[in-house]
Design a protein around this ligand. Structure first.
Ligand code: GLU
Length: 396
């Protein structure tokens, strides 16, 4: 899971951004970064600082920078497209470097958009899906000279999920925000306006947060926030009063993380399916790495996993047998690898590992492939061993 934070006001932005990013660390991430607005007029530019690894690394780099910027955006990234690296970390910038964005979610049509944008002369610096947003906004800005309008325009081209915050040196102090299928909250505190993907990042500043709905936009300035719909009409957002303390807020208002995660399951399933459903509501998993014929020939499924992934597999057994009528066994990878399971070329092995590194699961994958099975990995880490060694992979 990833995090967005943004601030515009009269305080030093870098401190607020780092505090917000640290608050969201519990969600997990692989890299982080900020963009700070510095200078004025012709000298105005964005300082973009990004680091792989923990936010403390970014924090120490920022502590060496004497920045009195009062507007900026920050991000913790969990890679979905492109490995965890400094160039792939957010914020991403437009060709001219005058626009920077942070994004949570997945842009499904990024490959087409990227090709089109490159065809029109845009130069891409990262492997992410996110970067197309920076270039789309840049193109729209040439016409509109209005950041909020350009973000709105860019969103009309994007298919997928996004929580997005953008800044532009030509509009100092403005943060333009958009949301679709990825949470965004906005609040106004004593010294300025805040945006985040999780209330925990802004409860120091305010307890009254506007929870954006899909298709809603927010334009933050130091003086306040204007909310609009897709057509640009001004709207009243839904404001929620948060009375949790910090500890509860970290757990989304639940007494413990386990309960929070149980309640998050429907959303997590929904998020995982976003980008894999056709407009007609059919599932389209082209990451499967199997042709339709191969899929039709499958006559036995093993779900191999350890720990919690094993328990998730038990649910998969019910679903696969119930829907596909294919005999499915769930096995602890540590057992599977040491016995001699019946595996043929029409066997599908589904290997589940959150980290993508679980040693027993990895050994079981290798074994299954040697015996001729098709192996499909489910993991949360791009480029992990499970991802690399499976015939197909789906990232959660
Ligand atoms: N899809 C984007 C990327 O891979 C955003 C990932 C995130 O939500 O952190 O860079």
């Amino acid at each position: 899971m990833c995090g967005i934070v943004g601030y515009t006001g009269s305080d030093i932005a870098k401190n607020i951004l780092v505090t917000g990013l640290k608050r969201m660390e519990y969600r997990g991430y692989d890299s982080s970064g900020v963009a700070l607005e510095v200078g004025e007029g012709a000298a105005a530019h964005l300082d973009v600082i990004r680091r792989v690894g923990k936010v403390v690394g970014l924090e120490s780099e920022l502590s060496n920078i004497d920045s009195d910027a009062t507007c900026g955006i920050g991000h913790t990234r969990w890679a979905t497209h492109g490995k965890p690296s400094v160039v792939n970390a957010h914020p991403h910038t437009s060709c001219d470097g005058r626009i920077a964005i942070v994004h949570n979610g997945i842009i499904e049509n990024f490959a087409e958009l990227r090709e089109e944008l490159e065809g029109r002369g845009h130069h891409f610096k990262s492997e992410t899906d996110t970067e197309v947003f920076a270039h789309l906004i840049e193109e729209a800005y040439v016409e509109t000279h209005d950041l909020m309008a350009s973000v709105r325009e860019a969103c009309t081209h994007v298919v997928g999920a996004y929580g997005l915050a953008a800044v532009c040196t030509d509009e100092p102090g403005v943060i333009a925000v958009a949301r679709k299928d990825s949470p965004i909250v906005v609040g106004v505190g004593e010294t300025g306006s805040y945006v985040a993907s999780d209330v925990i990042a802004l409860i120091d500043a305010t307890r009254d947060v506007a929870v954006l709905e899909d298709g809603q936009f927010a334009k933050l300035t130091p003086a306040g926030v204007e909310y609009t719909d897709e057509a640009g009409n001004v709207i009243e957002p839904k404001v929620t009063h948060i009375d949790w303390d910090l500890d509860m807020a970290e757990k989304g208002g639940y007494p413990d993380f386990m309960l929070k995660e149980i309640h998050e399951q429907p959303r997590v399933v929904r998020d995982t399916l976003v980008g894999r459903m056709t407009p007609a509501g059919e599932l389209d998993i082209d990451e499967l790495g199997l042709s339709l014929e191969e899929l039709n020939d499958i006559d036995r499924v093993y779900v191999i996993a350890c720990g919690t992934s094993y328990h998730a597999g038990l649910i998969a057994k019910n679903l696969i047998e119930g829907w596909a009528r294919i005999p499915t066994e769930v096995e602890a990878a540590s057992e599977f690898r040491y016995r001699n399971p019946i595996i043929t070329p029409t066997t599908l092995v589904v290997a589940v590992s959150q980290s993508g590194e679980t040693a027993d699961t990895l050994a079981a994958i290798r074994d299954a492939r040697i015996k001729g099975a098709k192996v499909f990995g489910i993991t949360n880490v791009v480029g992990s061993p499970v991802a690399r060694e499976s015939d197909g992979v789906i990232y959660t």
